[in-house]
Design a protein. Structure first.
Length: 459
């Protein structure tokens, strides 16, 4: 098995990591209450918990940070950041935030009221939580194909357009203050959204006068998939694809910790100056002044450079091939990989890997724990621990559509030999898969429970 790719960079700085023994990892996992979020990073050998903020920045980003202006108001660094957002994404107005969930919080707390609904192809965890704490209702309409982990289709992250329009008609536009789409669709195995689907989603929202915002944290990877999977765009540059994607939207929220390849930062971008003024008042109270928004000048400089580097086609070609290679490694190890692989992560169908563990006992969490024990590899669950909720009528639990284990790859951090090692640990897990036990919740908060939950093995 060979998928040709080569890193379009040279490594100048390295960080030493240690490989613990299985006994040490077992003790660390028990101390963490079987939740890998609680495992100290020094006890992790390869960390695929998230691709958010875990990236290796470039020499140009580090150099830009040295010229940062740390003025409280109107810093030069802000205006360089603003120009980068305008140039790469095409939105005139932008407000910085310290990360993506803050951008969501500022946007929703300005526009959304209790009892209202916000549709999306699928909300990720913090997006959903920012609505729930307002007593609003996140609703989701990803196409049915997204729930088949073995189906090969180019754009399984697409919005179900018929269901979206039906929902708007039945709910009433007065109850829908904003509509969204997430690119790529992280909760649906990182699957991309087609250009046609973005445009048609925009047309539906705008037909009913609903502002359309994009959850844009992996916009560059989505643009790359459009280029390589839609024949109409094979000769179109990624920069032009990005401009077209955002031309259909009224604004976006962005966690720059993903496709801007930084360790901290985010923003809200839009076209409406009046909306900027409304959100700016909220921003100053909760984040910081409107030209720094909770970030240092150094952070703003890194984001400004990273936005350009994130749409570089040689980098994106490497990024997708690197992820696809890990998918093939895991398949050879016997893990049921969600197909096709996405751009930022490989997802494994934990329900298929461990069919003896029901969704109520979190099979993907159990598989992730077994992988950590096998090789010190940390992953995260995208399944019912994260997304289970209660039927408002019957009170019965509604489990996630799939019990997925996400192998999120930090940008420009791990080499091919690291990916091969992950495959060895995965193969070890699968050899003893029938011995892996499910888990139950000993304690968890009501919102975003997966971050803090204390778990224990089922007898």
């Amino acid at each position: 098995m060979t998928i040709p790719f080569i890193e379009p960079f040279r490594i100048k700085v390295v960080e030493r990591v240690k490989l613990t023994t299985e006994e040490e990892r077992e003790a660390a996992l028990k101390k963490a209450f079987y939740n890998t979020f609680n495992v100290p990073a020094e006890d992790v050998f390869i960390d695929l918990l998230t691709d958010s903020g875990t990236n290796a920045m470039s020499d140009r980003q580090w150099a830009a940070m040295m010229q940062a202006d740390e003025s409280y108001a109107g810093a030069k660094s802000y205006y360089r950041f603003e120009r980068a957002v305008q140039d790469v994404l095409g939105f005139e107005f932008v407000l910085p935030t310290h990360q993506g969930r803050a951008a969501e919080g500022m946007l929703f707390s300005t526009l959304v009221k209790a009892g209202q609904f916000v549709p999306n192809n699928r909300h990720f965890d913090t997006t959903q939580a920012n609505l729930l704490v307002l007593n609003a209702h996140p609703v989701e309409f990803t196409i049915p194909e997204s729930e088949d982990s073995s189906l090969i289709a180019p754009f399984k992250g697409n919005m179900d357009l018929a269901k979206l329009e039906q929902f708007i008609q039945e709910t009433g536009v007065e109850n829908i203050p904003i509509g969204m789409i997430t690119i790529t669709n992280n909760s649906a195995a990182g699957q991309p959204v087609s250009m046609d689907n973005i445009r048609q989603t925009s047309e539906i929202y705008h037909k009913y006068g609903i502002p359309f915002f994009v959850d844009a944290c992996r916009f560059a990877e989505n643009a790359w998939f459009i280029k390589i999977r839609d024949p109409k765009y094979k000769d179109v540059s990624v920069r032009d694809i990005v401009h077209e994607m955002f031309s259909y939207a009224d604004g976006c929220t962005m966690s720059a910790k993903k496709d801007a390849i930084v360790n901290i930062g985010g923003f809200i971008a839009f076209r409406d100056p009046e909306l900027k003024q409304r959100i700016a008042q909220n921003l100053i109270v909760h984040e910081g002044f409107l030209t720094y928004g909770g970030l240092s000048g150094r952070d703003l400089e890194a984001v400004a450079v990273g936005l350009y580097e994130g749409v570089d086609e040689s980098y994106l070609n490497y990024r997708e091939a690197h992820t696809r290679y890990l998918g093939e490694v895991l398949r050879q190890a016997g893990m049921p990989v969600y197909m096709p692989t996405g751009g930022h992560a490989v997802y494994v169908d934990g329900g298929k890997a461990l069919p003896h563990i029901p969704p109520s006992q979190f099979p993907a969490v159990a598989l992730g724990n077994a992988l950590y024990l096998a090789g010190g590899v940390r992953t995260t669950e995208i399944g019912s621990l994260m997304f289970e909720h209660t039927d408002p009528v019957t009170g019965a639990p509604i489990f996630a559509p799939l019990e997925l284990l996400r192998f999120a790859i930090p940008r420009q951090v791990y080499t091919r030999s690291h990916l091969d090692y992950i495959g060895e640990a995965a193969a070890k897990c699968m050899r003893d898969a029938d011995k892996i036990r499910g888990l139950k919740i000993a304690w968890a908060p009501k919102v975003l429970r997966h971050f803090m939950a204390k778990l224990e093995p089922v007898d």
